[in-house]
Design a protein. Structure first.
Length: 241
């Protein structure tokens, strides 16, 4: 990890900035917020991209559901299904996948070197260290859209969590993932009967229509209640045989 910058006083209102990087996609920041509601709670780590809050370690239920729901939607007799996780984030999705022995190869695509560093040699290793050591796990340092268009590998499940949802992208070019060409690239990387699962901070009926228009079947949305505001959701869809 690079030297720490902009150290602040740790309070609930003013989190500590642990690392700040300027990369090809803009600024990405790792912050630590307090020690939780009580002194015995662990600190909460947050990832901020270009000033936009992405995710933190306070909960993780929806990120874990992203992976569980994809596995549940696959045929039960499919041996060692191959998984692609789009976005390493704070590591909950990878940790969930590596804790499940039914998964075969697990590839995580992450375009921000800083995020990879925070997991390999930083505080986020508390979430992901065991999963990163799993022999099934591989980290691909590349852009997800480029990987989908350029890869020859076939996956049984794509679990994507690179934005706050199809209607709220981190960078403008990420919108291409949810457009017809992006969804076609997802379908092309999936095996017949494979599952596409997309995390979102809010439901998107328009994205459900886009999935159907792209030829996916079994389109549905699972909601995960949150403490305040609209629920997080996981959009699920199946590639036809």
């Amino acid at each position: 990890m690079q030297p720490l910058h902009d150290i602040a006083i740790a309070t609930d209102e003013q989190p500590v900035v642990l690392d700040r990087r300027d990369g090809p996609y803009g600024e990405v920041v790792l912050r630590r917020r307090g020690a939780g509601p009580t002194l015995t709670d662990p600190p909460v780590y947050e990832i901020i991209a270009n000033g936009c809050f992405l995710m933190d370690t306070s909960d993780g239920r929806s990120e874990r559901l992203l992976v569980r729901a994809a596995l549940d939607a696959l045929p039960a007799d499919r041996p060692a299904p191959v998984l692609l996780i789009g976005g390493l984030g704070v590591g909950f999705s990878l940790a969930e996948a590596a804790a499940e022995p039914r998964w075969g190869r697990i590839t995580v695509v992450e375009r921000e070197q800083a995020v990879i560093d925070w997991h390999r040699a930083g505080p986020l290793s508390a979430v992901s260290a065991r999963a990163l050591a799993d022999p099934r796990t591989r980290i691909a340092h590349t852009d997800l859209i480029a990987h989908l268009h350029g890869a020859q590998a076939e996956y049984d499940a794509l679990c994507l969590d690179i934005d706050n949802g199809p209607d709220w992208t981190v960078t403008e070019d990420n919108g291409g993932l949810y457009a017809p060409a992006g969804l076609a690239a997802c379908a092309a990387r999936l095996s017949p009967g494979g599952v596409l699962a997309v995390w979102s901070a809010r439901p998107s009926s328009g994205f459900e229509d886009a999935l159907r228009n792209a030829g996916f079947s079994g389109v549905r949305t699972e909601e995960i209640p949150v403490a305040r505001g609209v629920p997080d959701v996981v959009h699920l869809a199946v590639r036809g045989a």
